[in-house]
Ligand binder design. Structure first.
Ligand code: IMP
Length: 194
């Protein structure tokens, strides 16, 4: 089995979380390390489509086995928005504070606050494509709570929990999160092909 995989992300939080979740002897290589400094296109209308697009881009251009992940927040009362627009919900600046403020404003008079995070990982290993999905159900809090994590963590309360993701440490979050669940499947797959 190949011992190196490029992780097609420039998000340092994701690299840290994934390094903690992955229990294999595979070395994660950053985009910077392979000289990929450009913004990788993310123009598809599904989370899976975007994950595949990012992995395919790196594979086609750099000819390296790689994986990408894409995550979206789906809020039932907003017709599953922001979905593929999760990063840029409040505008192109990808500002987490503005995104959370917009969600809280839109849900101000909503009783149904149910939401879920979905992660799809696309792996291209020696030219073959594999995908892995992870979902965590939960709800949107009435106000921000906690300072850990990133993105929408302060307003997302996972099912059967009282703390928001931003009030949990990395380990507690990874044990139940969308990304944690998707990467556990990914890990199992990598272990089985060794
Ligand atoms: P992308 O997967 O990099 O496109 O991220 C989409 C958006 O989802 C970004 O705005 C992130 O901040 C947000 N996001 C991704 N993962 C998480 C998470 O674990 N917690 C909170 N927000 C997240």
């Amino acid at each position: 089995m190949e011992k190196q995989l490029v992780f097609a992300t420039s998000n340092e939080h994701k690299v840290r979380e994934v390094n903690q979740i992955l229990k294999t002897d595979i070395t994660l290589i950053s985009l910077k390390a392979i000289g990929c400094l450009e913004d990788i296109p993310e123009t598809k209308d599904t989370i899976a489509g975007n994950a595949i697009q990012k992995a395919q881009y790196v594979y086609d251009k750099y000819n390296r086995s790689c994986f990408a992940e894409d995550t979206g927040l789906e809020i039932a009362a907003l017709g599953n928005e922001p979905g593929v627009r999760t990063a840029r919900y409040a505008g192109p600046a990808k500002d987490a504070e503005a995104n959370m403020a917009l969600v809280l404003e839109k849900l101000k008079h909503q009783e149904d606050r149910s939401a879920r995070f979905k992660t799809v990982i696309a792996l291209i290993l020696q030219g073959e494509l594999y995908t892995f999905e992870g979902i965590v159900n939960g709800h949107i809090a009435h106000e921000k709570k906690g300072a850990k994590g990133f993105g929408y963590d302060p307003i997302f309360i996972p099912e059967n929990q009282e703390l928001s993701f931003a009030e949990m440490g990395d380990e507690a979050k990874n044990a139940i999160s969308h990304r944690g669940r998707a990467f556990k499947k990914f890990n199992l797959y990598l272990d089985n092909i060794k």
